[in-house]
Every structure is written in C-alpha cells, then in structure tokens.
Design a protein around this ligand. Structure first.
Ligand code: DX5
Ligand code: ZN
Length: 229
C-alpha cells in the first residue's frame, strides 16, 4: 500500500455527544485533540433517523475556533440545504450520490458556496461514481456501516474498497482526503489506516468514553504504529 502523504486526522462525530451541552462538548473534543468536527445530518427520509441542521451548525461555529466543521449530509433531496450549511459555517460538505439527481451539479454547488466537496459511499454503493467526479472532490468518505446510527459494528468488507479509493486518489495526483465513517475505534483504526484511509470519524469511540483525550491518544498511538510500520 502506498504511503499516504496527508497527516492522519481524527474527526469525532458529535452524533454521540450530549446534545444538551453541545458547545461544551465541541470545545472539549477540540481540547482533547480533534482535527475536525464531524457533523451528521439525518432527515428521517434518506436515513431512518433525525438529527441536526444548519441552525445547530451556526450555534456550534463560535465554539470551534479554527477547527473545520465536516458536514456529512444524509439528506434527500440535498441541494437546497447546501447554501444553508455554507452560511452556517461548514468547511467540508459531503453527500451521498443516491440523494442527488445530478451529482456533478451538487459538487459544483458545494464549491460555489465556498466549501470543500465530498462524496460518500455506503457499503453497497459502487465506486463507479468516482469515474467522473474524483477530479472535482476534496474528500471521499467511505461508510463502514450503513448510515443512520452511531455505535454500529465496523463492516470489514469495506477494507478493500478503501484500498481501491487510495489507488484512485494516488493515480489522480490530487490531494483528496480519504475518510472512513462507522465503527472506527482504537482496536481497528490501524487496519483502516493500513487499508489507505487518512481521516477517521469516531463517534461512540470518543464521546462514549469519559476521557476524550485518552480516547483520541489511544487512536493516535495505534496510527503511529502504522506510520512506522
Ligand atoms: C452514521 C454516521 C456516523 C456515526 C459514527 O450514519 O455517519 O458518523 O456518528 O458513529 P460511530 O463512530 O459510533 O460508529
Ligand atoms: Zn457521518
């Protein structure tokens, strides 16, 4: 596996935070070493759950400092909400191709709004969606669970898929983040990195622990073994 050129990044998902104390929870995880804040938006239509929207993104923005907000839209239709998230302070906006009638148009819209576009692949979604989009993306997000809930078990069958995305990114010569979302924990993050990922969403593995800094440090220690390996 070719070595990643990007540094590893940990992106705690606030889906598993205490929603009654979201500002404090965001500050705490940044103080604990988070590189990105992963913001899961669910609509009870594209996925069977309902979470948070642009107003909550705007509410946490003053608490994040320079840490980017990584918005993961599990919303259909998706286009109308994109400018709202851009105004609310999102830095990265990713969406599922099944949730857009015109994937190329949605990518362009995210870029026009001043954000970095990402495309998300469910476990059963083919990578052929990258054939004509990778040159316009800043992030590819591979789901390692079916979207909708935190705390699910990592699906090992996505590991070769991650490696294939890494191959495509390397062939493109572009700097594209390769993020993996779902069931990532200290005990499996090394194999996810070895498969080619550089950015790791962790919801329950961080917010489910008492000591967020220890949880993130444990993941970084595992990643260090991959880097040196
Ligand atoms: C699932 C979400 C994930 C979720 C991950 O649909 O996209 O970001 O919060 O949670 P864990 O890390 O607990 O699997
Ligand atoms: Zn997510």
């Amino acid at each position: 596996m070719s070595r990643n050129s990007r540094p590893y990044q940990i992106a705690p998902s606030i889906l598993s935070a205490d929603f009654a104390r979201l500002g404090d929870e965001v500050r705490a995880v940044i103080a604990a070493g988070a590189d990105l804040i992963h913001f899961d938006v669910m609509d009870n239509h594209y996925v069977p759950n309902l979470t948070i929207g642009p107003m909550v993104c705007a509410a946490i923005k003053p608490h994040v400092g320079n840490t980017p907000i990584d918005v993961h839209l599990m919303v259909k239709p998706v286009d109308a909400i994109i400018p709202e998230f851009a105004k609310a302070g999102a830095n990265i906006i990713s969406f599922h191709p099944e949730a857009s009638e015109h994937v190329d148009r949605t990518i362009a819209l995210i870029r026009e709004c001043g954000c970095k576009p990402g495309l998300v692949f469910n476990p059963a979604t083919p990578l052929s969606y990258l054939d004509y989009t990778l040159d316009k993306l800043d992030l590819v997000l591979i789901m390692s669970v079916n979207p909708g809930f935190g705390g699910q078990k990592f699906i090992d069958a996505v590991l070769p898929k991650i490696t294939e995305v890494r191959r495509r990114i390397a062939a493109s010569g572009r700097d594209v983040m390769l993020e993996v979302d779902g069931g990532v924990k200290a005990d499996n993050i090394a194999k996810v990195a070895a498969a080619g990922a550089d950015t790791f969403v962790a919801g329950s593995a961080v917010y489910g622990q008492k000591d967020y800094a220890a949880a993130i440090a444990a993941m970084r220690a595992e990643l260090a073994s991959v880097s040196q390996g």
